[in-house]
Ligand binder design. Sequence first.
Ligand code: 5GP
Ligand code: SF4
Ligand code: MG
Length: 469
Amino acid sequence: MGPFDKFHEECGIFGVFNHPEASNLTYLGLYALQHRGQESAGIVSSDGSALHVHKAMGLVADIFTEPVLKTLPGFSAIGHVRYSTTGSSQIKNAQPFVVSGGIGNVAIAHNGNLTNAMEIRKELESYGSIFQSTMDTEVIIHLMAISRERALLDRLMDALVRVQGAYSLLLMTEDTMIALRDPRGFRPLSIGTIDGATVVASESCAFDLIGAVFEREIEPGEIIYVDKKGVKSYKPFVPVKQSPCVFEFIYFARPDSIIFGKNVYEIRKELGRQLAREYPKEADIVIPVPDSGMPAAIGYAQEAGIPIELGLIRNHYVGRTFIEPKQSIRHFGVKIKLNPVREILRGKRVVVIDDSIVRATTGRKIIKMIRNGGAKEIHFLISSPPTRYPCFYGIDTPTKEELIANSHSMEEIREYITCDSLGYLSIEGLRHVVGGEQKPYCYACFDGRYPVEFPVRIPKPQMPLFYNL
Ligand code: 5GP
Ligand code: SF4
Ligand code: MG
């Protein structure tokens, strides 16, 4: 393992400036973003003269009890939820990071993944920088610390011109909040208002929960600077080709959110419709794999004119953090989460819809479950193209070798999954649904065309030990 034993992150960030209930709102915002990370959560608040921090492993609602929130006073706060594989689930890697020193007190929360962090870290360590964590985010702080500029924004720019990759960032000092997206705009980030205060969140669903008004998305390469005087917008980067992450639409974001100018549910449903056009099937029922396959299955059923049925029932009380370190127990996890409805499945020809296949271990279990439930024919259709390449920009995917579509033919995958037929959405179909050639997105996990280079020697990520259903 290299210095960054955690290369792959999925995260959510939330911030509020100038509101008497800053930490309570941040708690609620993180609660709405819990799907973006379940390993650790943290909030840093400011009362104008000092930063207060609380971070812990676990889920937002378990960590931030009323007494804990009372220890986070002030009018501004930023928060973070983090997902990672268990290998490095360490509290030292929980965010936001808080540093004090020459640059004053600064808290930082990051969603994304820097592709050249390791190089920079090695260089900084050779000059004597001492890192507290194994997170890529920390290099931004160190670069800010060694900057010869005085103003915070200038120090930040000094750091940002050095880093590459994906970053939606929130920074906070005692009396300012800064929110920004990298020039390519990999990860979403939106700005809103509540009672005259400014709020920022990875996804708009966080605004809905607290009753904030969604104003707009922060643009790729845009920096929002908030202090008592108001909100300022800067666009200091040389414009580059944008590449927001198309996988946010497919799987990662919540369906009720608006990201990259579109409602996620509508996109997923349209992906299902497109799937029906590409794979018309003679079938009796369409079954979604809950919850991620739900909107696409509705779209498929509507386009194909086949009734949709809930042939799999999900136990909603199983946390997403059902983490067990053995492959065999991961399969068991699927059974804990899903159960087939035999009365619906018996003797039927079924189309089963899921959003993606990564290793196919979950998919195989689910198909076997449906077969055991009595289905007579099973067509497994996936509302995204084959995932053949790992992500280096902040979504947790296994190494190339572990991605089943990278190392196996369609027929081999079908045989492994044990379905009667298998179909993936075409890349052209996906592109068409999200806006065609005019709308640039990152499709690298499907086509291997990486918008930002990454180091050749990539540390092998820990195996993700469970997948969200
Ligand atoms: P598989 O069948 O490959 O074992 O797992 C596929 C399932 O994992 C799909 O239902 C999909 O919703 C979920 N999934 C896809 N990508 C990710 C990811 O990046 N992280 C997690 N935790 N789950 C994912
Ligand atoms: Fe998103 Fe895939 Fe690009 Fe990663 S490689 S940013 S998951 S589209
Ligand atoms: Mg799923």
